[in-house]
Design a protein around this ligand. Structure first.
Ligand SMILES: *[C@@H]1O[C@H](CO)[C@@H](O)[C@H](O)[C@H]1NC(C)=O
Length: 338
C-alpha cells in the first residue's frame, strides 16, 4: 500500500493531511514555547523581607582562615564569587607536588593560616612563621599551568612560585617542599558542574565559581546554628561551616530553606537557590584551635535530624548569582513574595 491509498482508505485528502502535519508542527512549536515560558526561571518582581545579613566571609585561600574585615566593608558579588577588589573568594588553593588538592579535612591546621589584604595583594601569617607577602603583579608574569581537580572535577590552575610553596609546605607539612600554592587564572567560572549536583534543575555551569567545592556562594542560617547548638554539648560557630553569608532571620519559619527559590541581598544583588549544602567532616574542626571534635560533632547530631534523602546531612544553601551587586553586613535579606 502506498501512502496515498492509506490516506484515501482513511477518507482524508492530501491537503488535509498536509494541513494536519503543519498543524502538529505549529502546535508542537507553540507547546514548546509555552513550556519554555513556564519553565523560564524568572526573577521575582515582588519580594518580602525575611531577615538581615549578620556576617559576610571571604576565604581567599581554600581551607584557610577568612579575611578579617571591618563591619562596614562593602563587598562586590560577581559571577566568580564574593570579593573586595581583586581579593576574591577561594581564588587560591594548595595542592601537592602530584597536583592533588589538599584541604583542612586532611590538614586541620590549614585553618590557622591567616590571609590579610594589602593594597595589591595579600599577606599570610601563621603561628611560628614569618609573614609572607604576595603581590598580585608577581602572578601575572608567572605562567606555569598545572592540571588539578576539585572532588573529581578537573580545573587548571597557575602556580604562584617556589617562595610560596616553601612557606606553605613548612607550615602544613613541616617540610621544605611538597606543596604548591596555586591561583585561579580565569575571569569566569570554567569548571563543570559537580556530578553530585548535576540533577539540580536551576544550577548552571557558571555557578561553579573559582576553587569552591561546588558553587560560588553559600548561605548559612544563624537560626539553624542556634537550634543546632541547643542539641550540642560544645556549641559551634557558623564560621565552622564556611559559608559566605550568615543570615539572621527576623522570625524563624520552620523549613523555610525547603521552599525559598530566590534571595535578594540589599537592593541589587540577586541569587537563585540552586541546591542544599550537604556536609562533609570539615565542620567538625574547631576553627580557633584547628582540632577535630573528639565526638565527631556537630556532624553526628546533624545526621540525627538533617539527613533527609541525602548521603550526608544538609545545612545551608548553595546559591547561584543572577544579578551582580554590592553588599555589606546588616543588609536586608529578601525572598520571593508569593
Ligand atoms: C533558619 O533556621 C530556622 C531554625 O532552624 C528554620 O526554622 C528556618 O527554616 C531556617 N531558614 C532557612 C532559610 O534556612
Amino acid at each position: 500500500m502506498d501512502p496515498k491509498s492509506i490516506s484515501s482508505s482513511w477518507g482524508l485528502s492530501n491537503k488535509i493531511l498536509i494541513g494536519m502535519s503543519v498543524g502538529v508542527v505549529v502546535a508542537g512549536g507553540a507547546g514548546y514555547l509555552i513550556y519554555r515560558h513556564l519553565h523560564r526561571d524568572l526573577m521575582p518582581e515582588k519580594w518580602r523581607r525575611v531577615g538581615t545579613l549578620q556576617k559576610i566571609h571571604i576565604f581567599p585561600v581554600k581551607s584557610c582562615a577568612p579575611l578579617p574585615v571591618a563591619s562596614d566593608q562593602e563587598y562586590d558579588c560577581d559571577i566568580l564569587g564574593i570579593g573586595i577588589g581583586n581579593v576574591r573568594d577561594r581564588k587560591f588553593m594548595i595542592i601537592t607536588n602530584n597536583n592533588e588538592m589538599i584541604t583542612a579535612r586532611g590538614y586541620p591546621h590549614m585553618l590557622l593560616i591567616q590571609p590579610k589584604q594589602l593594597p595589591n595583594g595579600l599577606v599570610f601569617s601563621a603561628p611560628g612563621m614569618p609573614d609572607l607577602e604576595l603581590d598580585f603583579k608577581e602572578l601575572v608574569t608567572l605562567s606555569e599551568a598545572v592540571h588539578t581537580s576539585i572532588f573529581g572535577v578537573t580545573v587548571d590552575a597557575m602556580v604562584c612560585g617556589t617562595r610560596f610553596d616553601k612557606w606553605f609546605s613548612k607550615f602544613i607539612l613541616k617540610k621544605d617542599s611538597g606543596l604548591k600554592l596555586v591561583y585561579y587564572p580565569y575571569p569566569v567560572p570554567v569548571r563543570a558542574t559537580s556530578p553530585e549536583l548535576k540533577h539540580m534543575p536551576f544550577l548552571r555551569q557558571e555557578d561553579s565559581g573559582t576553587f569552591n567545592d561546588a558553587t560560588s556562594y553559600m548561605m548559612m542560617n544563624q537560626s539553624s546554628i542556634d537550634d543546632l547548638n541547643t542539641r550540642l554539648k560544645r556549641p559551634v560557630d557558623a564560621q565552622q561551616f564556611r559559608g559566605n553569608f550568615d543570615l539572621k532571620m527576623d522570625v524563624d519559619e520552620p523549613y523555610a530553606e525547603d521552599h525559598w527559590q530566590w534571595i535578594r541581598i540589599g537592593d541589587e544583588t540577586v541569587f537563585r537557590v540552586v541546591a542544599p549544602c550537604t556536609r562533609c567532616i570539615l565542620p567538625n574542626i574547631n576553627v580557633n584551635t584547628a582540632e577535630r571534635d573528639v565526638d565527631g560533632e556537630p556532624l553526628k547530631t546533624l545526621r540525627s535530624y538533617r539527613l533527609f534523602d541525602y548521603p550526608s546531612p544538609a545545612l545551608g544553601i548553595h546559591l547561584g548569582i543572577r544579578r551582580q551587586g554590592i553588599i555589606k553586613a546588616n543588609d536586608v535579606v529578601y525572598v520571593e513574595a508569593k
